[in-house]
Ligand binder design. Sequence first.
Ligand code: FES
Length: 163
Amino acid sequence: MERLNEESVKVINEIVAAHAGEPGPVIVMLHEVQNKMGYIPYEAMEAISKATGTSVADVFGVVNFYAQFTTAPKGKHVINVCLGTACYVKGASKLAEAAERVTGAKVNGTSADGLFSLDATRCLGACGLAPVVVIDGRVVGSCTPQKVENEIKAIIEAEKAGA
Ligand code: FES
């Protein structure tokens, strides 16, 4: 396993120390680690386990239970492709394929350059706009493979330009 850098270890230790005396500290600490670091590294689970007297397995169980926690770093840009029924029947799988092709990331994975994470999601509650893709929190409705490609290419161009 790759070791975390000192800065990350410091962030984890500060979070753990700040919440050690609070009720329900495991979930509070996990939330803050996720927010600050974008994921929950194993070292954070160990530190939380030690500080709270909860086994690492139990901390891991909490991480696994809640969808908002992830154990792998996300890419700089996150693309959610809705694969709910309404979107699926309107060709969402073609959107996922287009996103995979342009980003180099697999669905539910992150591209090798760390630029994109591609997540398949269930219904986003915007079926009237199906098929829907959410790019960095922005909803792109009535989406087509071409639209997805253009959106992602624009991000890549902006990144190259140093935006
Ligand atoms: S199925 Fe995609 S938004 Fe509802």
